[in-house]
Design a protein around this ligand. Structure first.
Ligand SMILES: C=C1C[C@]23C[C@@]1(O)CC[C@H]2[C@@]12CC[C@H](O)[C@@](C)(C(=O)O1)[C@H]2[C@@H]3C(=O)O
Ligand code: AKG
Ligand code: FE2
Length: 333
């Protein structure tokens, strides 16, 4: 089946009405259809009635805020990022910069318990809260991936969630803290476009982001127009990552997005990036490859993809490096 790209009327709809909001308490077959549609059109949607308890979200948020409230000297003890750990302004290793400070953690419980010693005065409490939060968002991510598989009519409904359920999954969790504009308002005349986290797509399979009530996240439509995603602390923003674009043979789009740091209030986002184990092979699911729609991407391991990611800049289109030769020729034609 050829999937049409959003027409001008659909583009106007997202610009005016906003991003799709999917209520996970609705009938399962309807939910899976809505998810597939949102992933094909935008690679992005919000979920409500998601089942992650308010209590664990509040406790995770408090741990994050307590960490960022520490003195710079204290925070530096959890850095510099390698890429895990505490970082400020520098993103990755290739010169990307933003108005953000962050903590990047692996989701492996052993890694969390080791890191927490340099992050919190009560490392046992910190690791318990982070592990509990990760477990809850991982379950939600798996449920969403199963709904996607159902909506795509693939044979094995767990084929996508199995990647991130694996004990060796390379999933990571990130806390981003964006400063308020209040302090330097008088100095900066370009304050309306202060970049917190620059334009990019997420390399992993699926991203689940929850933020406080401060706006900043934006997604890019195909024509390059930026659409603001209003903050909603009760919802999770879900976006398709590069690995899922490859697994779906380009049917789902890995959305380009960014975060502005324009508000008078500080913004904090908590993001789970669901990734496969390093040795896992990513190739388009056989059901999504047909003579009319041949493989767009060659098979690669997550380790290979991660290596390419870290050798490139934030805004680079790294998935292009993994296109089949035929697809590259089509691009040139
Ligand atoms: C500049 C970079 C930071 C990043 C690795 C990269 O070389 C390119 C992708 C970046 C990104 C974006 C999504 C996630 O926040 C992240 C953890 C990831 O997996 O890819 C970051 C990387 C990072 O900050 O380490
Ligand atoms: O913090 C945000 O709102 C978005 C950051 C982001 O896209 C990322 O960390 O990959
Ligand atoms: Fe991102």
């Amino acid at each position: 089946m050829v999937v049409p790209s959003p027409n001008p009327i659909q583009r106007e709809r997202i610009r005016n009405i906003g991003v799709p909001i999917i209520d996970l308490s609705r009938k399962r077959s309807q939910v899976s259809d809505l998810i597939v549609k949102a992933c094909e059109e935008y690679g992005f949607f919000k979920v409500i009635n998601h089942g992650v308890s308010k209590d664990i979200i509040t406790r995770m948020e408090k741990e994050g805020l307590d960490f960022f409230a520490k003195s710079s000297l204290e925070k530096q003890k959890a850095g510099p990022p390698n890429p895990l750990g505490y970082g400020i302004k520098n993103i990755g290793f290739n010169g990307d910069i933003g108005e953000v400070e962050y903590l990047l953690l692996h989701t492996n419980p052993l890694s969390i318990s080791q890191r927490s010693k340099s992050i919190s005065k009560d490392p046992i409490k910190f690791s318990c809260v982070v592990n509990e939060y990760i477990e809850a968002v991982r379950d939600l991510a798996c449920e969403i991936l199963d709904l996607m598989a159902e909506g795509l009519w693939v044979h094995d409904k767990s084929v996508l969630s199995n990647f991130i359920r694996d004990v060796d999954s390379d999933s990571v969790m990130r806390l981003n803290h964006y400063p308020s504009t209040f302090k330097d308002y008088s100095k900066d005349c370009h304050i309306n476009n202060r970049i917190g986290f620059g334009e990019h797509s997420d390399p992993q399979i699926l991203t689940l982001l929850r933020s406080n009530d401060v706006d900043g996240l934006q997604i890019s439509l195909e024509d390059g127009v930026w659409v603001p995603v209003p903050a909603d602390p009760a919802a999770f923003c879900v976006n398709v990552g590069d690995a899922l674009q490859a697994l779906t043979n380009g049917r789902f789009v890995s959305v380009r997005h960014r975060a502005l740091a324009n508000s008078y209030k500080t913004r904090m986002s908590m993001i789970y990036f669901g990734a496969p184990p390093l040795h896992s092979r990513i190739s388009p699911l056989p059901e999504l490859v047909t003579p009319q729609k041949p493989s767009l991407y060659r098979s690669f391991t997550w380790a290979e993809y991660k290596k390419a990611t870290y050798s490139l800049r934030l805004s680079d289109r790294r998935l292009d490096l993994f296109k089949t030769r035929q697809e590259n020729n089509n691009d040139l034609a």
